[in-house]
Structure formats: structure tokens, C-alpha cells
Design a protein around this ligand. Structure first.
Ligand SMILES: CC(C)(COP(=O)(O)OP(=O)(O)OC[C@H]1O[C@@H](n2cnc3c(N)ncnc32)[C@H](O)[C@@H]1OP(=O)(O)O)[C@@H](O)C(=O)NCCC(=O)NCCS
Length: 339
């Protein structure tokens, strides 16, 4: 007997975006002393002026719930309409149960499919691709895609390569049915030879990912800054070009570029290498938000739409890249202006 695939296929779109930034603003001046740096050096090398850090008693899921409520309301839905929750994060401190189930509990979403995605700074783009594919295969109708991080819990404030880069926040989008294709195919991949270039490791040892943990120690994030920088600049530009072409578009069809907010010099270099026309509005949320890993693209999307309401409904290129090293990108139509 042949297996039947009975769910109807449907196109998908981003219906809405919501964001939450914790109130505490941390300027560079608060961090420089411990790493023998300066506000000027940090701004020149990364573009970062300030970032937000969550309060001690504010969890990554608390922030995610706040961003999700806004996204769901802007979509004109209630939490009970959500049938799938995908939560991209690397800073939820429990292996199980998942962060997505905690969001379901707090928002009183019943019976939803719920799972977490661990693809670091590419996590949001991976998750958005999954949401799109789930709608296209008929296995979901309204998907809440969350990117949220509390990286301040995993920072070594004496580390000159990371302490000033990473930050906290949450972003969420609701993906739902669409009459036309409004999310292009996701291109994703990895460069595992550089797997150790960014890693969250116990601070006291040269722990190698994959080996047994014999003692417990709180992990902190480490990175080989130059290696990551070179990889991002050379490899991700190629990915971006391919993403645009695979959506049947040219750079002239793109209105906004919303890459992972890793470093403003990487953002500028990518835009140049991909020959994006000057008319493309580039997200530079990094300046006041820092690098929030999986949260950075939805946070940057929300900020860009607030600053440029004319971009609602226009095409944007999204690309996430980071620890793994992994990447994922897609062209999307930005959500319509909330009613
Ligand atoms: C982290 C990063 C800003 C460091 O900048 P860099 O130019 O590569 O720094 P280097 O380690 O090569 O050091 C260059 C010089 O700056 C100094 N330096 C390094 N860190 C410093 C700091 N935090 N403050 C001040 N000076 C610093 C070094 O001592 C060195 O000085 P020297 O030339 O006198 O020897 C940069 O590598 C980077 O942004 N990488 C990408 C990181 C990223 O985006 N990660 C997330 C990906 S998801």
C-alpha cells in the first residue's frame, strides 16, 4: 500500500516581527578597563557603541516570551493560534526540557509542536527556513520562530576577544500562510574544519568539543576573532549571492540587507562583495545592540522597520553565520505594517 501525503502544501510569509531589548544599556566604557581597551578601539573594530544586558533574574525565555507576545499580537493572532514553536538559542542553560516548551507554558499555547535549534548565530535563519518548509509541506499553519540569547551569562569579562562583542535580547516572527511565495528557499551549510573557531567551553581548561566532560565548570564563549572574520568576509558573501540567485532575483530586487549583526566591518564588506546597490538599506543594529547571536536578525529587522516603515512588504536578504561554523540565508518579504 503506497503511503499518502495528505496535508496540502501552502506558501508562507512572515506575518509580523516582535523584539525585546532588556532595559540595561552597557556602554563600552563599562568594559574597557578589564580588557585594556578603549571605546574608540571597540567602535573602530566592530561598530559597537552600546549593548543591552539582561538583569540577573531575567531569563532568556522571559525575554523570548516578551518578544513573542508582541509578534503574535502584531500578526492579529492569539497565542492559541500558534501550532509550532521553534526556538533558536545557544544560551538556554538546560539540555531538556526545551526553551520552546517553556515559552509554550508561559504563553499558554497548548499542543504545539515545540523544539529548539542550536545553530548559534545562524539559528534564526535555520529556524525560519524550517518554518517555511513546514508550511510548504502542510505540517504547520502558524509558526512562532524565536531567536533569543542571554550571552552575558556566558561571558568572560577578562577576555579581550569576546567581552565587548556579545549581548542579550530576543526577537520573534510569526510565519503563516500566504497567497504567493514570500519566503525564498533557504540555503544552509557548514564549514566544520573551522569548528573550534567559536566555542562555548569551560573557562578553566582547553576542552575540545566532543570529548568527555570530566569535571563541571561554567562555560564561557571563546573565539578566534581573525579566523571568524576572514571566514565571514570571504565565504558568506558567496552564500549571499547564491541565496539571491536561487530566489530568481538580482541584487537590484533587494530593498534591505539584514545580516547577522556580528561586526559592522563584516556587514560593510559583505554588502560590497555582493554588489548590493546603494539603494539597499543595511541593518546596523549592532551599533546599539551588539552581537546577540540567534536574536540578532529579528532584532535588527524590528529596528529597521521602525526606522524605515517604507520597507514593510519589501524584499530583504537575511544571512546568519557563526559557531560551527554554520550559515543559513534566505530572501524574505518583510512583514506588512501591523494594523
Ligand atoms: C575580535 C576582533 C574585533 C579583534 O580584532 P582584530 O583586529 O582581529 O584583533 P587582533 O587580535 O588581530 O589584534 C590586533 C591588535 O589589537 C589588539 N587588541 C586585541 N583585542 C583588543 C581589545 N579588545 N582592545 C584593544 N586592543 C585589542 C591586539 O593586542 C593587537 O595589538 P598589536 O597590533 O599591537 O599586536 C575581530 O577579530 C573580530 O571582530 N572578529 C570577528 C568576530 C565576530 O564577528 N564574531 C562573531 C561571529 S558570529
Amino acid at each position: 500500500m503506497a503511503i499518502k501525503f495528505s496535508t496540502p502544501t501552502q506558501n508562507a510569509r512572515i506575518l509580523s516581527v516582535g523584539a525585546y531589548r532588556p532595559p540595561r544599556v552597557v556602554p563600552n566604557s563599562e568594559l574597557v578597563e578589564r580588557i585594556d581597551s578603549s571605546d574608540e578601539w571597540i567602535q573602530q573594530r566592530t561598530g559597537i557603541q552600546t549593548r543591552h544586558w539582561a538583569a540577573e533574574d531575567e531569563s532568556v525565555t522571559d525575554m523570548a516570551v516578551k518578544a513573542s507576545r508582541i509578534a503574535i499580537e502584531r500578526a492579529g493572532l492569539t497565542p492559541q493560534d500558534i501550532d509550532t514553536i521553534i526556538f533558536a538559542t545557544i544560551t538556554y542553560p538546560y539540555q531538556t526540557p526545551s526553551a520552546s516548551t517553556e515559552v509554550a507554558l508561559q504563553l499558554e499555547i497548548k499542543n504545539a509542536a515545540a523544539f529548539d535549534v542550536g545553530a548559534a548565530c545562524a539559528g534564526f535563519s535555520y529556524s525560519l527556513g524550517l518554518a517555511n518548509d513546514m508550511l510548504r509541506s502542510g505540517s504547520a499553519k502558524y509558526v512562532l520562530v524565536i531567536g533569543a540569547e542571554k550571552i552575558s551569562d556566558f561571558l568572560d569579562l577578562d577576555d579581550r576577544a569576546t567581552s565587548f562583542i556579545f549581548a542579550d535580547g530576543a526577537g520573534a516572527v510569526v510565519v503563516g500562510p500566504s497567497d504567493e511565495v514570500r519566503i525564498g528557499a533557504t540555503l544552509s551549510g557548514s564549514d566544520v574544519e573551522n569548528r573550534d573557531a567559536i566555542a562555548m567551553i569551560p573557562s578553566w581548561t582547553a576542552y575540545k568539543p566532543g570529548s568527555a566532560i570530566t569535571e563541571t565548570a561554567w562555560p564561557v564563549i571563546h573565539q578566534e576573532g581573525q579566523k571568524v572574520f576572514r571566514w565571514a568576509v570571504y565565504e558568506i558573501a558567496k552564500v549571499g549571492k547564491e541565496v539571491i540567485a536561487s530566489s530568481g532575483l538580482t541584487p537590484a530586487d533587494i530593498a534591505a540587507f539584514i545580516p547577522h549583526q556580528a561586526n559592522e566591518r563584516i556587514i560593510d564588506s559583505l554588502a560590497k562583495s555582493m554588489d548590493l546597490p546603494d539603494s539597499v538599506v543595511i541593518a546596523r543594529d549592532i551599533r546599539t545592540t551588539g552581537n546577540t547571536s540567534a536574536a540578532s536578525i529579528p532584532l535588527a529587522m524590528d529596528a529597521l522597520l521602525a526606522e524605515h516603515p517604507e520597507l514593510h512588504g519589501k524584499n530583504a536578504l537575511l544571512i546568519g553565520f557563526g559557531a560551527g561554523l554554520v550559515y543559513a540565508g534566505q530572501v524574505v518579504e518583510l512583514p506588512p505594517q501591523p494594523k
